[in-house]
Design a protein around this ligand. Structure first.
Ligand code: ZN
Length: 105
């Protein structure tokens, strides 16, 4: 089970939106691919993001990693509060990303 986030630069003159596809507030500086296989369902969210949103995506990844580590430590039960809280956060971020990315231009 791996989650990943990939940031790449892009040619601003070619196929890049004017605004970040996550927050729509700032011009994007990276193309990103956020991959997660939560619930065994691989999902890739792609788009262009600004620097604060890149940090946000990285933080999300950090949360997935620390959650997996916690699971491996077996000290935390499946009902763990932090795990539930994290899942909620990831769900809402994913929902936000998907709604932003699929919104008609
Ligand atoms: Zn942004």
């Amino acid at each position: 089970m791996h989650n990943s986030v990939l940031f790449t630069t892009f040619d601003p003159l070619r196929d890049a939106p004017e605004m970040c596809s996550v927050c729509s507030l700032r011009p994007p500086i990276f193309h990103f691919e956020f991959e997660t296989d939560e619930d065994g369902e691989p999902q890739t969210i792609k788009g262009f993001c600004c620097e604060p949103c890149a940090t946000r995506l990285l933080k999300t990844l950090e949360c997935t990693e620390s959650r997996e580590w916690a699971e491996e430590a077996a000290a935390l039960a499946a009902e763990d509060q932090d795990t539930a809280e994290f899942r909620k956060r990831l769900e809402s971020l994913r929902a936000l990303l998907v709604s932003e990315l699929t919104r008609p231009a």
